[in-house]
Design a protein around this ligand. Structure first.
Ligand code: CO
Length: 270
């Protein structure tokens, strides 16, 4: 069942998405080697609570933390832990909130310290693929148009691996609504989009093989070959000529650029 939102509801969802962006920007200000991903979890939970909102992942199908903190070969759903973040780590922070009954859910990948050229390229291409997908999120296009755009850029043109087991999704009063938004697929297939469908589009792209496995804890998804993986996620409202992005990377990017402990990824125009 697909729920289309009213313009008033889109405004409320924008506020939820922006609370996530604001919180991730606060993370971008303080992230540095030695920090624990559990510290980031605590910081995020405090900010969200201060805004009279709730974190949405905690307790979702039994998920035990507020955020997902996925480092290096962890693709998604990494548990925040007590291992200090190291210089050279690639850290994806994924946060969901419920504000006034509406969900915001997005993610950003940070490079702590210096990383390799191939890792920079993986981060750049993954972020760029997200925007190539978003460009297709317009009325009368189909979900497969988004999926293909992401796969074309990451896999066909740049030879990275697109994770198949996890997908983007509709977003609204629930964290996961229809339709699913795979990061691979065929143009002209899938659900035809109408105005005010809200999607969480979230490419999860591996440097090497597309294959992943789930760790003993039942959540942590890792690459099969141990190579790094990158994850960016935006909340997007389908519109007629150009999608409306409800979340905002620009405040995160600004903080990232002002933090000397991070290597900032390129800004993509939309
Ligand atoms: Co999501």
């Amino acid at each position: 069942m697909i729920y289309y939102k009213t313009n008033a509801e889109i405004e409320l969802m924008k506020a939820a998405a922006m609370l996530v962006s604001y919180t991730l920007a606060e993370v971008a200000k303080v992230l540095k080697p030695g920090m624990l991903t559990l510290d980031i979890d605590k910081l995020c939970a405090e900010i969200v609570q201060d805004h009279k909102a709730k974190t949405s992942f905690l307790g979702y199908h039994g998920y035990p933390h507020n955020i997902c903190a996925s480092v290096n070969d962890v693709v998604v759903h990494g548990f925040p832990n007590n291992n200090p973040i190291q210089e050279g780590d690639i850290v994806s922070i994924d946060l969901g909130v419920i504000l006034n009954g509406w969900h915001g859910d997005h993610a950003y990948t940070f490079a702590v310290g210096e990383i390799s050229e191939e890792e920079k390229r993986l981060i750049h291409i993954t972020k760029e693929s997200l925007y190539k997908g978003i460009e297709k999120a317009t009325v009368n296009n189909r979900i497969g148009d988004i999926s293909y755009a992401i796969q074309e850029h990451t896999e066909f043109k740049n030879k990275f691996g697109v994770v198949r087991e996890l997908v983007g999704h509709g977003l609204g009063k629930s964290l996961h609504e229809d339709p699913q938004v795979p990061n691979y697929g065929r143009r002209g297939t899938g659900t035809k989009m109408k105005e005010n469908l809200v999607l969480a589009i979230e490419p999860m792209i591996n440097m090497g093989t597309k294959d992943v496995f789930t760790a003993e804890d039942g959540w942590t998804v890792k690459t099969a070959d141990g190579k790094p993986s990158v994850h960016f996620e935006h909340d997007v409202c389908v519109k007629k000529d150009k999608a409306l992005i409800l979340s905002d990377f620009s405040i995160i990017e600004k903080a990232e650029r002002n933090n000397k402990n991070l290597t900032a990824s390129p800004i993509i125009n939309f």
